[in-house]
Design a protein. Structure first.
Ligand code: 9MR
Length: 468
């Protein structure tokens, strides 16, 4: 989903969506409706309290009205899905998938290989590299396989980079027991389990500069290597847990820095997503109306990256209401866009106004080709990390010289003799399926934006197209 030409300057209605708004919005305007007009995903986690049934009814109403992408706060993590060895537990995850489907939402899966929320039984194998590799592979196979075709994107590897120095995080059973190749392997296994899922590396502090001394600079070097080695990675998730600048004197992150990362990733055909946004204030301080307004401005500045950068499409907030937020544990407060009483805050207003007023550059829709997938099995290319030869990891390579472009309703493909062509609308629903035998196929679909996947054997290429 991304960047369609949109009608800007929508007529403002008179209906107030929430108490205390100084701005008016039309009755049918929500974050979700305006995000969809702009071709982006906007979302919030389903808190663990939702899974336990402990939230007031209007929480869910707000969630499904305002958001079009969802992720579980804790319920798809390793400890939740494989609490004991090879015994999988999908009840909560299934509940969310059902909810998302009923409400037409995109689904993020979070997270497969992470140092935290790993059940104790895994640590029993901390000195057994072979066993740990097979534990991770089995976990990924089962979990991604269970939700194949349902979970649209996965955080395959989460927080693998150290906090203080640009290097891998040493404190991780996966890193200590396997080495850095657990990362490459996790992507390959996730891709094998669901070749259509978008696969992300996810981390925090990525808004602190793209230089060799910062996390984002280190990550960028790894992404270059993964891409060069054909590791199937499609996106970087920037968690973006940030603190209001006036209360954190040491805060060194900025929307501009994150935008720079997005632009570097675009050169590699990798997307940037904001996956866990919150902008908290220090616990204990009085937060004034003007503080909340400044917070709204920062929410808007991060949104601008998603609206303006062609390889950015997702703006996900780590919670709905300040009442149910993990931020207290980080000595922060009031970092979300609804207050304790589920009333929209100035940040909500600020996001709405920006979504309403945003005018995309006129030529983005036809030329955006950021969604390239990379998937081929055969190749002798090797990653530079040391591979465990006892477990064969099929390496992947890019789709080589395959290209596609569209003119009118005709799709032209080069580099494939006989391609299977599948066209999906921007919500991922299939709308056309056919074969391309002689380099061209007529797509029997209405005008609009679509994702097209062409496949031949194990090679495939995914790209966004505009039918005009
Ligand atoms: O919000 C989650 C909280 O309920 C858990 O106790 C915590 C445990 O690690 O994880 C929180 O979610 C984290 C996410 O999975 C990864 N990025 C940081 C998030 C906030 O800590």
């Amino acid at each position: 989903m991304k960047k369609r030409l949109t009608i800007s300057g929508l007529a403002l209605g008179v209906t107030l969506l929430g108490v205390g708004f100084s701005t008016t919005f039309a009755a049918d305007e929500t974050l979700r409706s305006l995000a969809e007009k702009n071709g982006i995903y906007i979302g919030a986690i389903l808190n663990s309290q939702w899974f336990g049934g402990g939230l007031p009814g209007n929480y869910e109403q707000i969630h499904k009205t305002q958001f079009n992408i969802v992720v579980a706060e804790n319920e798809m993590k390793f400890d939740a899905t494989e609490p004991s060895e090879n015994r999988f537990s999908y009840g909560n995850g299934d509940k969310m998938v059902k909810y998302a489907k009923q409400n037409g939402m995109r689904i993020r899966g979070h997270a497969l290989a992470w140092h935290s929320q790993v059940p104790n039984w895994v640590n029993n194998y901390k000195n057994d590299k072979k066993k740990l590799l097979s534990v991770l592979k089995n976990h990924i196979n089962n979990v991604v396989g269970h939700w194949k075709g349902q979970v649209d994107e996965w955080d395959v590897v989460n927080e693998a980079i150290s906090n203080n120095e640009p290097q891998w995080r040493g404190y991780s059973v996966w890193y200590q027991g396997i080495g850095p190749e657990f990362i490459d392997s996790a992507f390959v296994w996730a891709h094998a389990a669901d070749p259509d899922a978008e696969l992300c590396y996810n981390d925090y502090n990525l808004e602190q500069g793209v230089n060799p001394k910062a996390k984002a600079g280190f990550l960028l070097e790894q992404v270059k290597r993964w891409v060069a080695n054909g590791i199937p990675i499609h996106c970087v998730g920037s968690q973006t847990h940030v603190e209001d600048t006036t209360t954190d004197k040491h805060f060194i992150g900025s929307p501009d820095s994150l935008r720079s990362l997005a632009r570097e990733l675009a050169k590699l055909n990798i997307k940037l997503k904001i996956t866990e946004l919150d902008i908290g204030f220090k616990s204990g301080i009085n937060v004034s109306q003007s503080d909340l307004e400044r917070q709204g401005k920062t929410f808007r500045e991060y949104l601008d990256i998603i609206l303006e950068e062609p390889n950015a499409d997702t703006y996900l907030i780590w919670g709905v209401s300040d009442k149910w937020s993990w931020l207290g544990g980080l000595n922060r407060q009031k970092g979300l866009i609804y207050d304790d009483n589920l009333k929209p805050k100035p940040a909500f207003d600020s996001i709405m106004v920006r979504l309403q007023n945003f005018e995309p550059p006129q030529d983005t829709a036809a030329t955006d080709t950021t969604a390239n997938d990379t998937t081929v099995t055969d190749t002798t290319k090797k990653d530079t990390t040391v591979q465990d030869t006892s477990i064969a990891i099929p390496q992947t390579a890019g789709p080589g010289s395959v290209t596609m472009h569209v003119a009118g309703h005709t799709l032209f493909i080069t580099g494939m003799k006989s391609a299977k062509v599948d066209v999906f609308d921007m919500q991922g629903r299939p709308v056309f399926s056919g074969k391309c035998e002689k380099g061209a196929v007529d797509l029997n679909v209405a005008e609009g934006l679509y994702m097209v996947r062409v496949r031949e054997g194990s090679r495939n290429l995914v790209q966004k197209i505009a039918i005009k």
